[in-house]
Design a protein around this ligand. Structure first.
Ligand SMILES: [Zn+2]
Length: 424
């Protein structure tokens, strides 16, 4: 009891000293916005405050604006956890003709993330164990975006051509060792672009995932003509991820829809029930309304919405994470479900539960979105177009309590000019 009293008076004293020195309690307060925080089931008007340590410090109906060094008026806007784009390619470099591995086709993240509300990206297999540390040095350590990685099961990474077909360079133990060495950045393993009809890369990646402490595996199913049902109903553990969910359909890669009836195949829901994660990974050629419309009609929406952002997708039908979210808005997915699929769900899938939510103590990553009403269009990989009435736009992006993007200067004060402001 005495200890509690001493603590109480100490805290009171700290508050008085802070008030007298003009020190604000919070670094930033976001006021009056419509908060969507799926983890905490919040979907209403509330305020949120971030402290100077860059963590969420308070969330309530009315936070005193005088307690913040900066105040962002979010009236009419949506306030969500910082967006996680769970499938990107960021191992940019200068090796010629090496596709997404230290070459020209991948992009450094900062130019493409904050302006669309993204605070965290997960590079999907651009690096393997042989070159992860180069990727870390060139991109992860030099980016203001939080960059995580699914390590390619191919030691040489996503360098294209024959390199990605080489079974001899798929070493579960060495891949797991690198993941354990860089636990802070490596969240799982990737299989991609494998065109032979065997399960070697998938078996090795799952083995690596198990060796590294039950990390998930994300699979781009390549073109080996293997059974999608066998992959998702037998091979996958709970928590493993199928990416390019709305792609495929040719003779080399099965789709989630039946080619004869056009309808969603029944095992898709069953795979979800056993914990399989369905990721969008839109990319340049992995999203077709041919699959997405029947899926939506059957009530099937992806667990995770992601871009597969790289030089070949960013100016095509994909564009950016908000445009991919717009497609699902147009297909009838509810706004809170869309926000969940780019925040709390991916945070859980990659075992980073301090991200993707606005619980007190979590990372102070916040995205401020506007839903603009009007007449818009979205199109798929073969140019089929749907018309929509609303779309997401990013107003501001805050990571760790710091404003990295602010479209309309919502966090900036009026200019202090001698003679006052012009009367416009
Ligand atoms: Zn990809």
């Amino acid at each position: 009891m005495r200890k509690a009293l001493i603590l109480f008076f100490f805290l009171l004293l700290v508050q008085i000293v802070n008030a007298q020195s003009g020190d604000s309690q919070y670094a930033i307060i976001i006021k009056g916005g419509h908060i969507i925080d799926p983890k905490n089931k919040i979907n209403e008007l509330m305020d949120v405050a971030i402290n100077k340590e860059g963590k969420i410090a308070a969330i309530s109906k009315n936070i005193d604006p005088n307690s913040g060094a900066r105040v962002l008026n979010a009236k009419g806007l949506y306030v969500t956890p910082g967006i996680i784009d769970m499938h990107t390619h960021n191992f940019a470099g200068t090796e010629p003709d090496k596709y997404l591995r230290n070459s020209y086709y991948a992009n450094q993240p900062d130019g493409f993330t904050f302006r669309v509300g993204v605070t965290t990206v997960v590079d999907a297999g651009s690096a393997g164990w042989r070159n992860f540390e180069k990727f870390k040095d060139q991109t992860i350590d030099r980016s203001r975006t939080r960059v995580l990685s699914f390590l390619n099961i191919v030691g040489e990474g996503m360098a294209g051509g024959a390199i990605e077909q080489d079974n001899a360079d798929m070493d579960a133990k060495l891949s797991a060792d690198m993941a354990l060495k860089h636990k802070e950045h490596i969240v799982g393993f990737k299989v991609a672009h494998y065109n032979k009809p065997d399960w070697v890369p998938i078996d090795r990646a799952i083995e690596a995932g198990t060796l590294a402490g039950n990390l998930p595996v994300i699979v781009d199913f390549g073109g080996g003509g293997l059974s999608l049902e066998e992959l998702t109903m037998k091979k996958f553990r709970a928590g493993d991820i199928y990416t390019h969910t709305f792609g495929g359909g040719g003779k080399d890669r099965e789709a989630i829809t039946d080619p004869k009836t056009g309808k969603l195949r029944p095992f898709v829901f069953q795979a979800s029930q056993r914990g399989v994660i369905w990721d969008v990974g839109h990319g340049a050629a992995s999203f077709s309304f041919q699959h997405a419309i029947p899926a939506a009609k059957a009530g099937f929406f992806p667990d995770v919405i992601s871009t597969d952002h790289h030089g070949g997708s960013m100016n095509s039908a994909m564009k950016d994470i908000l445009n991919v979210m717009n497609k699902f808005l147009t297909l009838g997915m509810e706004v809170p479900a869309i926000i969940n699929s780019v925040t709390w769900k991916p945070a859980q899938v990659i075992h980073r539960e301090q991200l993707g939510n606005l619980s007190v103590g979590s990372e102070g990553d916040v995205t401020i979105l506007r839903i603009r009403k009007g007449k818009f269009g979205v199109f798929d990989q073969i140019g089929q177009r749907l018309e929509g009435k609303q779309r997401f736009e990013c107003e501001a992006t805050i990571k760790g309590g710091r404003v990295f993007y602010d479209l309309n200067g919502l966090t900036s004060p009026l200019p202090k000019v001698v003679g006052g402001l012009p009367s416009l």
